[in-house]
Ligand binder design. Sequence first.
Ligand code: HEC
Ligand code: HEC
Length: 312
Amino acid sequence: MKRIAMITAFCCTAFAGAVWCAGIWNDTNFTMEERKWQACPTDLVAGANDGVGDGSHHPADDCGICHGSNGVAASKVLTISATVYDSRAARRPVPGAEIVFQDYAGNSYSMVANDLGILWSEDPMSGDTSLGSADDSNTWRYKAWVVAGGGERPMMTMPAVGGMMVPRMSCNMHHVVSGTLGGLWAAPASTLRSYPATGLSYQKHIFPILRSKCGPCHIPGETVAEQGLDDTFDYGAGLDLMTYGGSAVEAEGTVHAKKGIRTIVNTSTPDASELFAKTIYGGTHGGGEFWGGDNPDYRALRQWIAEGALEN
Ligand code: HEC
Ligand code: HEC
């Protein structure tokens, strides 16, 4: 059973991209690379596509196993379903989290999680009809965003729904391979409740921040997501923020060497650290924006760098 790891976030912010409006998708622009930065559509009523019922069973399960047209609950086919959790450990559901989908035809859908963090829809999805009938979930392609806890986060990957036994769709499919893809904890809230003004510790203060905010992507080992065709995407970007000095993990004969936190800090001019160039106020970061300059996490990181970025 795969669990999904998601963020906290809340209302969609203004759409930043330009080349994006309904009905213009095709094979060349409905790709993860093309769409990864795009912000959530703003013209939706939260929960407008919520499915009918209580939905109080099988949290975290792949609902489509039963709620597909060949499943035991074929009387109630769900097109989209998910359980939203606050972290990869899937301990706490996030009631009220909104998931927004946009399908290949440019239709957008909004669903809000119930008190168990579960959401679902029965509304039809449009597929890429050059691949077959839109009734066949093999043709469905979609971009998704998680909106909760004061921020919004795009799902980084756009896996095809196809290849399964029954037509269905489940957010778990974003969390393939190591379960690290997709939406993630990226709330603007600080990671620890408080930090000392000086004497910051890598182990006590810095690692928890990196683990919580960066861990979904910057982990050791291979982090290339295969998207079918020729579309691959390295969501870890050769950077392992779970180790101080980097890592080299061997898998199936290939060594995946990655840099650690030490390589992205500038101890003489902390503000010139690549870490901040990527994570403050957006910028062009595969992981998106994390903090403004007054955020407690940011201030703790900056102080730790100014004190020499030690592995203390
Ligand atoms: C092991 C099979 C199975 C799984 C997994 C499963 N369901 Fe169901 N579900 C059923 C059956 C069977 C029914 C009754 C169908 C009927 O009444 O025709 C049902 C009914 C429902 C209903 C209508 C009753 C109600 O609760 O209001 C909803 C909504 C629902 N399921 C949502 C979900 C969601 C969302 C998921 C995933 C988190 C899920 N189900 C996972 C088997 C399953
Ligand atoms: C959702 C996945 C994701 C998360 C979470 C994430 N990043 Fe990234 N990061 C990427 C991707 C993809 C790239 C490569 C594209 C780019 O350079 O922006 C990247 C690149 C970087 C780079 C440039 C690395 C290089 O050598 O080119 C830095 C620095 C970085 N991220 C820092 C961070 C920090 C610090 C955090 C946590 C606060 C974080 N990232 C969280 C996906 C992520």
